[in-house]
Write a protein that binds this ligand. Structure first.
Ligand SMILES: [Fe+2]
Length: 258
């Protein structure tokens, strides 16, 4: 049994609520798909929790932006990366801040896991964005209609189940191609032999599917469960608005999940 979380975006209230919920389910193993930082007000606190509580994490484009440089970011997102970097630099140098930088500097682009689930062997791949461009390519639900060739080509790089984040919109892609929202699946996707799936687990700290609650997923036996968790969104909004370098849009969008 394991949980997968992604796109925390320095949202401590959302991350804490999700970690509590994971604990309530009795799940000890957590994997993270990146974008620990960026947009939100608590980068250091979120890095500490991710380092302490997850088994491993892969590199997201916002983690890359803070450690290396922002690529293809809009102005507000770029400013948030530079502010995050300033906060992390101002906190050190000390052992804690060195731990943050070391963590960001060695994040891999992908991880894989082969495990036995309910009597069958399943291969899971974990990337932030997509199986062919692991940190930057968006796979949007609309792609199954507007760009089906792209989705089929992506599936050539999937051995069985591939977890992604990045768009902040949870759901399951099949190689028909097809896309199913968690609601359409009653929040459960049964993992089947021979059926490839790209599963977006949504975002902990900045959901964009019109639902403000934090999103994550967990696997139990051969079933994947999508979960939503309420958190103190007003507190996060207030904190973002109090920081001049963080655009108010990053706060306003949280309340609407957009
Ligand atoms: Fe993200």
């Amino acid at each position: 049994m394991f949980a997968v979380i992604s796109d925390i975006h320095s949202n401590l209230e959302a991350l804490t609520a999700v970690l509590d919920d994971i604990e309530k389910h009795g799940i000890e193993t957590i994997y993270c798909l990146g974008d620990v930082v960026g947009y939100g007000p608590n980068p250091g606190e979120c890095l500490d929790l991710i380092i302490e509580r997850t088994k491993w994490c892969v590199l997201g484009n916002h983690d890359y932006a803070v450690f290396y440089e922002p690529t293809n970011f809009n102005y507000a997102a770029e400013q948030a990366s530079f502010w995050t970097r300033e906060v992390m630099e101002a906190a050190g140098p000390n052992e804690q801040s060195r731990k943050w930088w070391r963590f960001l500097g060695i994040l891999p682009m992908r991880r894989s896991l082969r495990t036995r689930l309910g009597g069958r062997i399943v291969t899971f791949d974990f990337v932030h964005a997509s199986p062919r461009r692991p940190i930057n390519e968006y796979i949007f639900p609309d792609d199954v209609y507007t760009n089906p060739v792209k989705v089929r080509v992506l599936f050539d790089r999937v051995s069985h189940i591939c977890f992604v984040g990045h768009t902040h919109v949870p759901g399951v892609f099949l190689n028909e191609p097809d896309f199913y929202l968690p609601d359409e699946l009653n929040n459960v996707y049964p993992i089947v032999d021979g059926e490839k799936a790209i599963i977006n687990i949504g975002s902990v700290g900045q959901p964009r599917d019109k639902d403000w609650r934090a999103s994550y997923a967990y696997v139990e036996e051969d079933r994947l469960h999508f979960v939503r968790v309420e958190y103190d969104v007003d507190k996060t909004v207030e904190k973002i608005k109090a920081v001049e370098q963080l655009d108010d849009f990053h706060a306003d969008r949280l309340k609407e999940g957009r």
